[in-house]
Design a protein around this ligand. Structure first.
Ligand SMILES: [Zn+2]
Length: 446
């Protein structure tokens, strides 16, 4: 094996690409008329690639064996390993792209073909006995093409790729902030957290790609859809964050903090809260607010400016302390389910809260008990079926969000709210979170 030989291999690489291209073009042009035969055509293309690859790699591996040198310490072999990896990445990308084009243009039996084709690809690479790292790269690539059509398969592919090759994210073509390899124990949700119904795999998100990725979470997020209520829930969630409890404690602001980090709240966000409070005037005369989850402190600051008394509860102690210091305003630190119920409120804000709850029904029931008879609750949460998500077809950041447990549709949330004893007064599309919905609700009047 020498560099000359590597150069000699390059034309073959393009030849393989051509073969795939031809097979796919043929399949594409003739798809409608012979849809049942498309898969065999693509498979024939793949078989041709397999034959060529075997020929090519057969020669290469003989060379390697004959050289009798230590592969890992030989600089040329090092290059060869790199080259081989790139070669596979190139091949599989090309095959996958072509396959996707063919499948997307023909909506008939897409799912069936996609699943079968992916298994076929894997079989070929198993036969080729590619090393486990290369195989993991292939699995990760293939997962891209079946996140919606075969979510369970996409999930299995990502998880297997990561267990086989945890450093896979360090490859230059994979942009991820996933660093640690430790994957903590996961809580498996066997039933829908909203109605206890049975769910089926709905969508798999490549969670390892998000910026805020933490090793406590799995690199893939499998979303289930409930057969009964139609809402979505995550299949797995880290046990250590699930149903955690901490003692109620009032966080008082530290005095004389010189170098407090400023919050990066936008002026638009403050105006959004200002408008929300103004809008509330038509539903309630009261001004006492409870905010559940302090976020970046925008509502608290707005309420203070507008002269609304506000209490706030936050589960994360460092977040609570930070906001308390920044705004010089006390924050109650506990799970809001543990909040004493003697004090009730005119306005309760549940901005981006219910998607974090392992029991959203319990959360809404608690909020109802904390609400005055003529009070109102403002709720904001992602709507998986929103206009935004329909228009951006599964390309939204919502899916990757590791901390979220449940996603509702408008109908799904309205049904739950009604069961808990609320009437919906207002529905809006959020102007600060893509794909989120906002509702104003009050206690049902009998
Ligand atoms: Zn359900």
């Amino acid at each position: 094996m020498n560099e000359g030989m590597m150069i000699e291999c390059l034309p073959k690489l393009y030849e393989i690409g051509e073969t795939i291209e031809q097979a796919c073009l043929y399949a594409q042009s003739d798809f409608k008329a012979r849809k049942a035969q498309v898969l065999p055509v693509i498979q024939a293309g793949i078989t041709a690639i397999y034959a060529k690859t075997k020929e090519l790699f057969g020669t290469l591996s003989n060379e390697v064996e004959q050289s009798g040198e230590n592969l890992s310490h030989n600089p040329i072999m090092g290059n060869y390993e790199n080259w081989k990896q790139n070669y596979w990445v190139f091949t599989i990308t090309k095959v996958s792209e072509k396959l996707r084009t063919v499948l997307q243009r023909n909506d008939i039996c897409v799912e069936q073909y996609q699943e079968e084709s992916i298994y076929k690809f894997l079989e070929i690479f198993q036969k080729l006995k590619v090393d486990s790292h290369t195989y993991a790269v292939i699995e990760l690539f293939l997962s891209e093409f079946c996140r919606t059509s075969c979510p369970k398969l996409a999930y299995d592919l990502i998880i297997e790729a990561f267990s086989m090759y945890p450093d896979i994210v360090k490859l230059p073509h994979i942009k991820s902030s996933f660093e640690k390899k430790i994957i903590n124990e996961q809580q498996q949700l066997n039933n829908c957290p909203v109605c206890s119904g049975k769910g089926f795999p709905y969508h798999t998100a490549p969670a390892y790609l998000i910026n805020t990725f933490q090793s406590d979470f799995l690199p893939a997020k499998l979303w289930m859809k409930c057969e009964c209520c139609g809402n979505l829930y995550t299949r797995y969630f880290p046990k250590k964050f699930f149903n955690r409890k901490n003692q109620l404690k009032v966080i008082t602001p530290h005095q004389n903090i010189e170098q407090k980090l400023a919050s990066d709240v936008s002026i638009r966000m403050l105006r959004t809260w200002c408008d929300m409070l103004q809008n509330m005037k038509q539903y309630t005369k009261g001004k006492n607010i409870l905010e559940i989850g302090v976020g970046k402190g925008a509502l608290i600051a707005t309420a203070i400016e507008m002269g609304y008394p506000i209490d706030c509860v936050e589960i994360e102690e460092d977040v609570a302390q930070n906001i308390a210091d920044l705004l010089q305003h006390p924050v109650i630190c506990c799970d809001f389910l543990d909040l004493p119920e003697e004090k009730t409120y005119d306005i309760i804000s549940m901005g981006d809260v219910i998607e974090h709850l392992d029991d959203p029904r319990k959360g809404l029931e608690k909020a109802r008990r904390l609400l005055k008879e003529d009070g109102v609750i403002w709720i904001s949460t992602p709507n998986y079926n929103s206009a935004f998500n329909q228009l951006n077809r599964n390309c939204t950041a919502m899916w990757d969000e590791p901390w979220h447990i449940t996603y509702f549709s408008r109908e799904g949330l309205e049904k739950l709210l009604s069961e808990v004893g609320f009437d919906v007064l207002d529905y809006r599309i959020s102007n600060h979170y893509n794909g989120s919905m906002e509702m104003i609700v009050q206690k049902k009047k009998n």
